[in-house]
Design a protein around this ligand. Structure first.
Ligand code: S3P
Length: 453
């Protein structure tokens, strides 16, 4: 077996420069799936070329979609779809490390008129729950099973689906998206009620492809800082989807590592262009602003149906903060970065209501707490998050990525901001979402100080 590559990140003098983060991973997965469900050819402008999204393209090919590179040398793709009910039956689908593929795709497959598919993936995927989609899909009439009814591999057989109203017990865009895709194939409208709203990329993309998707306020709006009101999302059955063209903005969750790096490393100023700022993704900006960080959103625009912007981040002192409630889903993939920022803040930083972190590419409550503690931080795990006591810095040392791309990148940023540097074991796993991460960091660091990462 190949040994995972380790990489050392030395303390940086400062980070300066301008970058465009890689295309959005969440939106890329959806673009490939919706294009495969579509009629005719869809052009995906700027598809993410990373391990996770390559798994989705492989899956779409195995279901009969024709995927080819664009002809103008840009990272564009042309995808000829098989139509809403035309998925090719009978294949084992390897999702590799991609939880989004594992949890969204069964919605489409469940409504096929015939065929059976088994979805499986790597060791990490095999520990991530799928009961959250198995249960509501069964309520829709789907024939679906999983190991212990809870974990992959997951097997789904095409059948007739009925529309339901589903109050999701977990705030999950993956669950919502899965049910919306199934709802396109059901006999009646399907509604998903989200007490805590999540990213709405699927809704925007389906609407742009001609589907009837309605979003309404549901119940009393939650009023805590930064939250969105509770929502009901309803999709009507559809005959066809015609996506036409899908532009992909830069990934906010990738940009987030550079934003936090610039915030923590003294003398830094980093400008990030073309960053997607979907309201369901940018909770980190509100949290950092509350901590006193100098992060500005400038020059907003719309890439198709998704808003995008330039973000400028500068270094500065931070105060501790509390994160919880409806803010959690809006920053779910950035909470490890809040823990790191908390190490540099004055006072305590507490993240609660985030038990979902236990079901990510690793148990991110355990891996973040162990990882940062090993670098010298005063951090404690709680059942649903963590509490960090800021010590105005971090010593450094060695951190294990645990096969989790966001932990690998967290370790790298910790190294730049630390006093002694950080060795990241298994750094290559960053390629799951951001293959050029190390190189991008190196351009920002070397411009300032000549230090190498
Ligand atoms: C994602 C939704 C989130 C997020 C994941 C990507 C998506 O997961 O953590 O990285 O693309 O819909 P949940 O839906 O499980 O919260």
């Amino acid at each position: 077996m190949m040994r995972a590559r380790s990489e050392r990140f030395a303390p940086a003098g400062s980070l300066r420069g301008t970058l465009t983060p890689p295309p959005d991973k969440s939106i890329s997965h959806r673009a490939a799936i919706v294009a495969a469900m579509g009629e005719g050819e869809t052009v995906v402008r700027g598809y993410l070329d990373a391990a996770d999204t390559r798994a989705t393209l492989e899956a779409m090919r195995s279901l009969g979609a024709d995927v080819s590179a664009g002809d103008d040398g840009r990272p564009d793709l042309r995808i000829r779809g098989v139509g809403l009910r035309g998925a090719r039956p009978g294949r084992l689908i390897d999702v590799h490390n991609a939880g989004t593929l594992m949890r969204i795709l069964p919605g489409w497959l469940a409504g096929q008129s015939h065929g059976q598919w088994t979805l499986d993936g790597d060791e990490s995927i095999r520990h991530r729950p799928v009961d959250r989609i198995v249960e509501p899909l069964r309520l829709m009439g789907a024939e679906i099973g999983a190991r212990d009814d809870r974990l992959p591999p997951l097997t789904v057989r095409g059948s007739e689906l009925r529309g339901i109203e589903y109050r999701s017990p977990v705030a999950s865009a993956q669950v919502k998206s899965c049910l919306l895709l199934a709802g396109l194939l059901a006999d009646n409208p399907t509604s998903v009620i989200e007490r805590r709203p999540t990213r709405d990329h699927t809704e925007r993309m389906l609407r742009a492809a001609g589907a009837a998707v309605i979003t309404e306020d549901a119940g009393t709006p939650v009023t805590v800082h930064g939250e969105l009101p509770a929502r009901r999302v309803t999709v009507s059955p559809a005959g066809t989807l015609e996506p036409g063209e899908i532009p992909i903005p830069g990934d906010f969750s990738s940009a987030a590592f550079l934003i936090v790096a610039a915030t923590l490393v003294g003398g830094s100023e980093v400008r990030l262009e073309g960053v997607g700022i979907n309201p369901g993704r940018i909770g980190l900006l509100g949290i950092l602003t509350r901590m006193g960080a100098a992060v500005q959103v400038v020059e907003t625009a719309a890439a198709g149906r998704e808003p995008e912007a330039t973000i400028v981040a500068r270094s500065g002192p931070l105060q501790g903060t509390r994160v919880g409630g409806g803010e959690v889903p809006l920053a779910i993939d950035e909470l490890p970065l809040i823990a790191l920022a908390g190490c540099f803040a004055e006072g305590e930083t507490v993240v609660g209501g985030a038990e979902e972190l236990r079901h990510k590419e690793s148990d991110r409550i355990a891996t973040v707490v162990e990882g940062l503690r090993g670098l010298g931080s005063e951090i404690e795990a709680t059942d649903d998050g963590f509490a960090v006591t800021g010590t105005n810095g971090l010593r450094g040392g060695r951190i294990e990525s645990a096969g989790d791309h966001r932990l690998a990148m967290l370790g790298a940023i910790a190294g730049l901001a630390s006093s002694e540097g950080v060795e990241v074991e298994g750094f290559d796993t960053a390629g799951v979402s951001y293959p050029g991460f190390g190189a991008d960091l190196a351009t920002l660091v070397s411009r300032a100080s000549g230090a190498s990462t």
